[in-house]
Design a protein around this ligand. Structure first.
Ligand code: IPM
Ligand code: MG
Length: 358
């Protein structure tokens, strides 16, 4: 039976980078081994159903073997409009929860061909090839109670952060296994000098480490980690951290290669379904201009093929094609530098497709 990939383009640059990525899939999947379904999510779903994650889309999710997700959300200054109000929470966060996607992995890969656009001096990047961030995705301040209230004529707000040991254990196990495969150490990042959730995090990660005596574990406070990512990124192999710290640190790490537009991500759940999405947002300011960098989305497809369908050769083929295009000097505007070939989202993809057929 054919495997089903559900495509959820969402908002902002989502639809245009998804469109290009499906062109790449067409080249890879010549014998149409996949059944592709399409659904609405985020503001795009709101337009039709007045809901950010309608039941129609939820049903499609349950029928899929893997999900290729674009991005959701609109301009922050319009977040008071119904269409955008709580859009992220009602769509991608609800989807992660519905599918029990507890683990998220985000590779920050340093491309030699892009060395000149890294904000760091080259000597700081020496020896740094890839940092893999494992982010716990269903706990923490994201999913605790959110409140806004008045008391004694003052406005208050509170967000509750919670973790249980099973959630932490799952993330830690994934990180140790990934580190074992890459022959690298695990850096567990927390704020254990202040937060109770972080104290539990540190205890549980240390317990899991006993089951992986061959993998080195170090603990690092999150403020120090933010600094170390800039001072000495080469010291990191696998970073494992809680939901909010993972959100922030993965954006920081994505800047090392030069642009958030290049970082894919994969999220895994208990029932085997994987969701693959760029680590960045919907970038409404550049939406519809065909200027977005499609790399994060195309690389998310590569992760989908590798992790959901064990199509390692095809995944590697896509990753190599991207490297080839970068080496040949084609760059979208976010990674553009003088002397290179400035290309649009679709032209960059044309080059990737060309490289795939070489
Ligand atoms: C991410 C995004 C999301 C998150 C937003 C869109 C809710 O920033 O995937 O990193 O915070 O998880
Ligand atoms: Mg984020």
């Amino acid at each position: 039976m054919k495997k089903t990939i559900l495509v959820l383009p969402g908002d902002g640059i989502g639809p245009e980078v998804i469109k290009q990525t499906l062109r790449v899939l067409d080249v890879i999947d010549t014998d149409h081994a996949f059944h592709i379904t399409h659904g609405l999510i985020g503001g795009a779903a709101y337009d039709q159903y007045q809901q950010h994650f309608p039941t129609q889309t939820e049903q499609l999710c349950h029928q899929a073997d893997a999900i290729l997700f674009g991005s959701v959300g609109g301009p922050v200054e319009q977040s008071h409009h119904n269409k955008w109000q709580d859009c992220e929470r009602n769509s991608i966060l609800a989807l992660r929860q519905t599918l029990n996607l507890a683990i998220n992995m985000r590779p920050a890969k340093l491309y030699p061909a892009l060395q000149d656009i890294s904000p760091l001096k080259n000597q700081r990047l020496a020896g740094c090839e890839e940092i893999l961030i494992i982010r716990e995705l269903l706990g923490d301040i994201y999913f605790g109670e959110h409140r806004q209230y008045n008391h004694n004529e003052l406005r208050f707000a509170s967000d509750l952060a919670t973790y249980n040991e099973q959630q932490i254990r799952k993330a830690a196990e994934y990180a140790f296994q990934a580190a074992r495969l890459r022959n690298s150490k695990v850096t567990s990042v927390d704020k254990a000098n202040v937060l109770a959730t972080s104290k539990l995090w540190r205890t549980v990660v240390s317990e899991v480490a006993l089951e992986y005596p061959d993998v080195l574990l170090e603990h690092m406070l999150v403020d120090n980690c933010a600094m170390q990512l800039i001072l000495n990124p080469a010291q990191f192999g696998v970073i494992v951290t809680a939901n909010l710290f993972g959100d922030i640190l993965s954006d920081a790490a994505s800047a090392l290669p030069g642009s958030l537009g290049m970082m894919p991500s994969a999220s895994f759940g208990a029932n085997g379904i994987g969701l693959y999405e760029p680590s960045g947002g919907s970038a409404p300011d550049i939406a519809g201009q065909n200027t977005a960098n499609p790399m994060a989305q195309i690389l998310s497809l590569a992760l989908l093929l590798r992790h959901s369908f064990a199509m390692t050769a095809q995944a590697t083929q896509i990753e190599n094609a991207i490297e080839h295009v970068l080496k040949a000097g084609f760059r979208t505007v976010d990674i553009y530098d003088e002397g290179y070939n400035l290309v649009s989202c679709s032209e960059f993809t044309d080059q990737v497709i060309h490289a795939l057929t070489l």
